[in-house]
Every structure is written in C-alpha cells, then in structure tokens.
Design a protein around this ligand. Structure first.
Ligand SMILES: [Zn+2]
Length: 82
C-alpha cells in the first residue's frame, strides 16, 4: 500500500510511513520485554513513552519530541503494575 501511495503521491503515504516505523519500534520494544521475561525480570526501570499522533513507542530514554513525526509533547505511559 505504501508503494502505491508513494507512486500516486497520495497523502496517506505519510501515515503509512509512520505506521511502518512505529511497528518496527514496537517490535524492538517487544524484543526487550521478551528478553527481560526470559531473564525472569521486568521492565521496572524503563520509561515508556507513546506518541498519540503516530503511535511511536519509546522505551528507555525520555524524549520531548517524537523521533518519527516530530510531535512535541510525547506522553509518558506508566506501566500497569496490576
Ligand atoms: Zn509521533
């Protein structure tokens, strides 16, 4: 779909790019969480940030701006300890 949107110059190409990049970041976050689970630990010391514009998920260092879409005000998402 991205290729078609790029070819047609359709505005949806921007959102497709965000979605592909955000999913790559999600995969990395999942790998980190899986490695911790296999090590019988948790993400207790990780800060998780979520961009409400593009869906980018950031583990670790805190950012003021989304590295994918440059949205300022990326939100810190607390871990559910329940
Ligand atoms: Zn973003």
């Amino acid at each position: 779909m991205l290729e078609q949107a790029e070819k047609e110059g359709h505005q949806s190409r921007v959102m497709f790019r965000y979605a592909i990049s955000a999913e790559a970041a999600h995969a990395e976050a999942n790998k980190t969480a899986l490695a911790k689970a296999r090590d019988n630990s948790d993400l207790t010391d990780e800060t998780i940030q979520l961009c409400h514009v593009c869906g980018h998920l950031q583990l670790g260092r805190q950012l003021d701006e989304c590295p994918l879409c440059a949205h300022k005000g990326i939100s810190v998402v607390p871990l559910n300890r329940g």
